[in-house]
Design a protein around this ligand. Structure first.
Ligand SMILES: NC(=O)c1ccc[n+]([C@@H]2O[C@H](COP(=O)([O-])OP(=O)(O)OC[C@H]3O[C@@H](n4cnc5c(N)ncnc54)[C@H](OP(=O)(O)O)[C@@H]3O)[C@@H](O)[C@H]2O)c1
Length: 284
């Protein structure tokens, strides 16, 4: 049976949408492709959303060399990349962990980098939202074992914040960082609390929309502290399969919620793009 590889960008079909929040001023082409996108009205603390793609059997990373990216999960879906670009285009900040950077070393977390075909539309949208310049790219690393020569740090295309521990900052300061890179240390050993990551972000960027793109270990910490407001999740029509002692990652790693304290969401939006489903859950 051939794998479906949706390379044609056709509009998503909206199957269900909540009317809460305010419709964002999407340029005509994006509105045609996505439909209407609503976000909560402005408030004191930032709104924290996440965006992932998963297989039908719950795998978000095959975690094998050469096939560890989200594209291996989505089947290189253009619609998924369009949605990733859209969420980055409206975000003030994109946060990722060192593992996600390691899996995609040459990437920069901007809308145009994930989907260049719509770069003009994404830029128009940012301007209409009063956002100037790309989103702050935040890299979280407890160890500070991060190569500052990678494009996200060295290209100067995006402002970057590295949130790390005191020991991690010491290690990072041995490398030469470009002026676009700020390093902030949190008093912590190894794992940094999600709320501390958000605090550090808010000291550098006053924007109100934070997008967490993972990976699963970072996302697990956000769920564990209850600081994630919404999960965008693309369901790709793929069964990845697992060995009994598998090494693949699911959406959340390193945290256990069920059965003692399960985390339940509420479906607020559902769109269809061929056999892919685009889900949005709120976690109030
Ligand atoms: N399907 C999708 O939508 C999707 C999305 C994102 C990522 N992924 C995939 O997921 C895989 C990576 O998974 P992962 O769980 O390793 O990713 P990750 O969470 O990005 O990386 C884990 C690493 O990030 C740092 N980190 C994360 N949370 C931290 C915290 N609270 N405090 C301190 N450091 C923290 C640590 O780095 P140090 O070791 O340096 O301390 C940790 O080892 C990749 O294959 C990637 O492609 C898939």
């Amino acid at each position: 049976m051939p794998r479906r590889n949706p390379t044609t960008l056709v509009p998503l079909v909206t199957l269900f949408e909540s009317k809460d929040g305010k419709a964002l001023p999407l340029p005509a082409k994006l509105a045609r492709l996505y439909g209407s996108l609503r976000m909560p009205l402005a408030r004191e603390r930032p709104h924290v959303i996440s965006n992932f793609v998963t297989t039908l059997d719950g795998v978000v990373s095959l975690n094998v060399k050469g096939h560890a990216s989200g594209s291996d999960i989505s089947g290189f879906s253009v619609q998924d990349r369009m949605v990733m670009g859209l969420l980055r285009a409206i975000a003030d900040v994109v946060i990722i962990g060192a593992g996600t950077l390691g899996a995609d070393r040459h990437h920069i977390w901007t809308a145009e980098d994930i989907f260049p075909d719509l770069a003009d539309e994404y830029r128009q949208l940012r301007t209409a939202l009063g956002k100037h310049g790309p989103p702050l790219n935040v890299i979280v690393s407890g160890s500070g074992q991060v190569d500052l020569d990678l494009p996200v740090f060295a290209s100067g295309k995006v402002p970057v914040l590295i949130v790390t521990t005191t020991a991690g900052a010491k290690r990072l300061r041995k490398q030469k960082a470009s002026d676009a890179v700020e390093i902030r240390a949190v008093r912590s050993v190894g794992v940094i609390r999600a709320s501390s990551i958000i605090d550090q972000v808010c000291r550098v960027n006053t924007g109100k929309l934070i997008l967490v793109e993972g990976g699963p270990r970072l996302l697990g910490d956000f769920y564990a502290e209850g600081v994630l407001d919404e999960q965008f999740l693309t369901l790709a029509p793929q069964i990845a399969g697992r060995q009994i002692d598998d090494r693949q990652f699911s959406l959340v790693m390193g945290q256990m919620f069920a059965s003692r304290s399960p985390v339940w969401g509420t479906l607020v939006d559902l769109r269809r793009g061929g056999s892919h489903l685009f889900l949005r859950y709120s976690f109030p």
